[in-house]
Design a protein around this ligand. Structure first.
Ligand SMILES: Nc1ncnc2c1ncn2[C@@H]1O[C@H](COP(=O)(O)OP(=O)(O)OP(=O)(O)O)[C@@H](O)[C@H]1O
Ligand SMILES: [Mg+2]
Length: 489
């Protein structure tokens, strides 16, 4: 059975997150995670300063299934199955040693050794650590309370017998540590950020100074001015409250490159769209559309929704042992779909209009040169004949406007939709924005022509400038527009 428990399907990331759940539940304020490279004898320790366990409590905690999933849990308890400590550890290591100190008591130690259990054929929980492990537990000698989990013989992580000097294996091990850090920064970001009434949790990765702190990753870019936050909605589920907040993240053009890269998240922009389910502020599901009938698509990638659920509704959400799955209860599906629809719609607007949309009250509608139209049930794109520059040129055609009109039609009928669609899907963000990387003089040149056409149309200098300010993409060049009509004639 112990060998079978190894196959529950944890990754190193999800397994360590499961251990930190226990630390948080035990009231820890600090967690120290270290990856020690030593070839085949490499090991990982996770120490916390939580309330610790007495000898009897530790012996019980080491028992697989020490609590029933049907038990009611205290509010904010991150556990559910009575399995995590064991299954998470066995998934990565053949030897699990836990040492713990409860305030006022002596240190207790218990150890599971899968090889020993296999040899004896008995459920023998050992009461001492392996002698070679003693120095690895020494960090627990100073503090008054806390718990240390030690993973050794990590066959799954290290692979076949590795020499200590195997530089490649060592760098893979350290890269894994960094990946774990990113995962923890995401899963526990709300704990790491702290709350008004709760101090921030600190997770140290391979160190004990500020530079080894795991940094939180906020999927919603909450601190960015261009993030749009929908009002929070509370749904009822069997007397419990489920809270949903929609977010539309800022368009790439409204972020610096670093911000944009950081906001993408571990799965990339496309992979991280959708729902984020938090159980007691701990992230279970990071993106995706919960089988509500949507798939991840490029133009909805700015849509993310935060869902907060309490631990009393675990069964309704079908939470799994690894704490990495949750399925919406049927009662909530319809409303979640509606909320998703609203957020997706706005995300698409922002994506399509490069962040220029999201018309604030009192701002003007922006004039486009192109408009999408439906002709006999089919989509097409037309150049607007009432666009000032278009109508200006049209009028200048004199007695024969037909060639010019024919040119417009030709362009409209042959918009390379397929090509654009393919390029955008294969290389998102590769298309240049209007006048991107063009010298300002080029923009001014085009603006000058438009300005002339507006004046010829009977507009005053002032009203022409006003018009230009509402014409895409010139609304982004207010300075150049103000300079129009002031210099050379
Ligand atoms: N770091 C810790 N500090 C204090 N107590 C702990 C710690 N880790 C585990 N425990 C105790 O051991 C018990 C068993 O932990 P385990 O992770 O196996 O199950 P759980 O947290 O109750 O449920 P789940 O399977 O959902 O994680 C916990 O309920 C807790 O009482
Ligand atoms: Mg647990």
């Amino acid at each position: 059975m112990l060998e079978a428990l190894r196959a529950v399907g944890y990754s190193v990331q999800t397994a360590l997150a499961d251990l930190i759940d226990n630390s948080i539940t035990a009231g820890a304020r600090n967690v120290w995670l270290t990856f020690h490279w030593n070839g085949a004898d490499s090991y990982i320790t996770l120490r916390d300063d939580g309330r610790g366990m007495s000898e009897a409590e530790l012996a019980d905690a080491m028992r697989p299934g020490n609590r029933s999933p049907l038990d009611e849990r205290a509010p904010h308890d991150l556990g559910r199955f009575g399995l995590g400590l064991k299954t998470a550890s066995f998934s990565q290591a053949r030897r699990l040693t836990v040492a713990s100190i409860k305030a006022g008591e002596t240190r207790a130690v218990r150890r599971w050794d899968l090889d020993y259990v296999g040899q004896t054929g008995e459920w023998r929980l050992l009461k001492t650590e392996e002698r070679s492990s003693t120095p690895r537990l020494a960090v627990l000698d100073g503090p008054k309370q806390g718990t240390l989990v030690l993973w050794e013989q990590m066959d799954r992580i290290i692979g076949r017998v590795r020499k200590k000097g195997d530089a490649q294996a060592q760098s893979r091990f350290l890269a894994l540590a960094r990946a774990v850090g990113r995962h923890l920064g995401m899963v526990f970001h709300r704990y790491l950020e702290g709350d008004d009434d709760k101090p921030a949790l600190r997770i140290y990765l391979n160190g004990s100074k500020a530079d080894s702190l795991v940094r939180p990753w906020d999927p919603f870019c909450g601190s960015h001015v261009a993030t749009y936050e929908f009002p929070k909605e509370t749904l009822e589920l069997h007397g419990a409250r489920v809270q949903v907040t929609g977010y539309v993240l800022p368009h790439k053009d409204r972020m610096t490159e670093d911000e944009h890269e950081a906001a993408a998240g571990p799965g990339g922009w496309n992979g991280q769209q959708g729902f984020y389910i938090y159980r007691e502020r701990r992230l279970l599901v990071a993106g995706g559309w919960l089988n509500l009938g949507y798939s991840n698509e490029e133009h909805y990638k700015l849509a993310r929704l935060k869902v907060d659920i309490p631990n009393s509704t675990d069964a309704d959400w079908d939470i799994d042992v690894k704490k990495s799955r949750a399925r919406p209860p049927p009662e909530l599906e319809e409303r979640l779909r509606e909320l998703a629809e609203t957020v997706r719609k706005m995300a698409r607007e922002v994506f399509v209009h490069r962040g220029a949309r999201g018309k604030a009250p009192g701002t003007r509608e922006i004039d486009d040169a192109w408009e999408p139209v439906t002709i006999r049930g089919r989509l097409g794109y037309r150049i607007r004949r009432d666009h000032p520059l278009v109508s200006f040129v049209m009028e200048r055609q004199g007695s024969d406007p037909k060639p010019f009109q024919a040119l417009l039609r030709l362009l409209e009928e042959t918009v390379p939709v397929q090509r654009i669609w393919l390029d955008a899907a294969e290389k998102p963000e590769a298309h240049a924005a209007a006048f991107e990387n063009e010298p300002p003089a080029k923009v001014a040149e085009v603006l000058e022509e438009l300005f002339k056409s507006l004046l010829a149309d009977g507009e005053t200098v002032e009203s022409a400038r006003e018009r230009l300010l509402t014409m895409r993409p010139f609304e982004q060049y207010p300075k150049t527009i103000q300079a129009l009509g002031t210099k050379r004639r």
